[in-house]
Design a binder for this molecule. Sequence first.
Ligand code: PLP
Length: 481
Amino acid sequence: YSYEDKPKAKRWDHRITPEALNRKGNSLKEAAKYLGKSGLISLGGGLPSSEYFPFDSLSLKVPSVGHFTEPETQTSGVILTAGKHDLVQDKSIFDIATAFNYGQGTGSAQLLRWIVEHTEMVHRPQYQDWKCTMSIGSTSALDMAFRMLTRPGDVILSEEYTFSAAVETARPMGVRVAGVSVDEEGLLPSSLNDILSTWDEKIRGARKPFLLYTVPTGQNPTGATQSLERRKAIYALAQKHDLIIIEDEPYYFLQMQPYTGPNTPDVPPPASHAEFLQSLVPSYLSFDTDGRVMRLDSFSKVLAPGSRIGWVTASEQLVSCYQKHADVSTQGPSGISQLVVWKLLDEHWGHEGYLDWLIHIRMAYTQRRDIILAACEKYLPKSIVSWKPPMAGMFHWLKIEYKKHPQASSKTIEELEEQIFLKVIDHGAMIMRGSWFYASHEEEHDALFFRATYAAAPGEKIEEAIRRVGEALRGEFGLEQ
Ligand code: PLP
């Protein structure tokens, strides 16, 4: 598998903001390239001597491969240690002295190499000059991407219900989000094409959008997963209208086993790593031949949100802009965090062990998803609530037939939504209001949704919470309890 016969990414000079084009990078960090010269004594970089780091060693207890549950980890977990000077003592290729010092905006070479290998294994990018660089999580990566690619007055496209932080990041930059209609497979190509083909700068007061922000897998909040055909259709439109796609994929590895319905046997777990990787819907990155996809990955949902480590995969040009910004702002993720994650992923589990872990997570989320679906079947009044079984992620999207509400003719959707939200809280449960995820408040909404997650509470609590939601809804809609 070589990249040499693959095309090179397109250039994005016409899209990149003057702010990003003007960044020259961090000149002090540039000097680091000379440090490899043998015998060089550096009085250059202001790196504190590790002698003054009050940390001598670090030890972590983590699961061994194949024994991933909490009780198993307690009994058969493995203790990993990192010493301060493991590198010079030839004990490891990463240590406290290195990881806890200043590093490059890309993140450490050690963890970055693992990330690049993983990306190559999972996505097999289809152009020559792709690169990865670490982020401090996708929230920050999105903020930096918007600064790199949008100007005040611009409009970004996204699912009509979208990750609220994306809208909240864009708005203060003077950037609005236009909602693209969705169905159970997420973004609708016809809606995307309509918006772009009929865009009139004068009426819209903004230049034609060229940035699509999408969460293709287990979308937040709708839980929708785009099929491969859907992704291909959207990509073809991105080529037609010259869009850059920001593919934000924190839930990519929360793709679950097929849903078989209540009281039916479970589908057995993937029998091999190849089968597991085969079962995942291919990413946009995996068939992007133009280098128009900027993919955001994150360890938040698969290892721990507090790791604050994610990565960006895109063309060399886009990654270089990102990295120049990181060098003078976030820098790489915390070195303490990088060392901990690297110890686990590279030195202990390796790529194969990590895939086993991802399969474990897949099975655990499948079980939780099945619990919430069974509870919904049992407790929710079907005359007013409907849903589609989520295939990925951690969200269950409930549609409420608000027109059947006794006050439907005198109240707005948002008023009814608030009333139901508060009633559910009265009954001792909480689910999120759909309107909190509007891409835009300028567009009309003719549907009422709530988002429930099966990630946070244990199984029996999920069931009880859904029972309470059912009770509250029956009360609100005047149905028999
Ligand atoms: N993107 C989406 C769509 C999310 O739902 C979330 C978390 O809720 C994030 C990004 C945040 O990711 P991170 O923890 O990497 O900043």
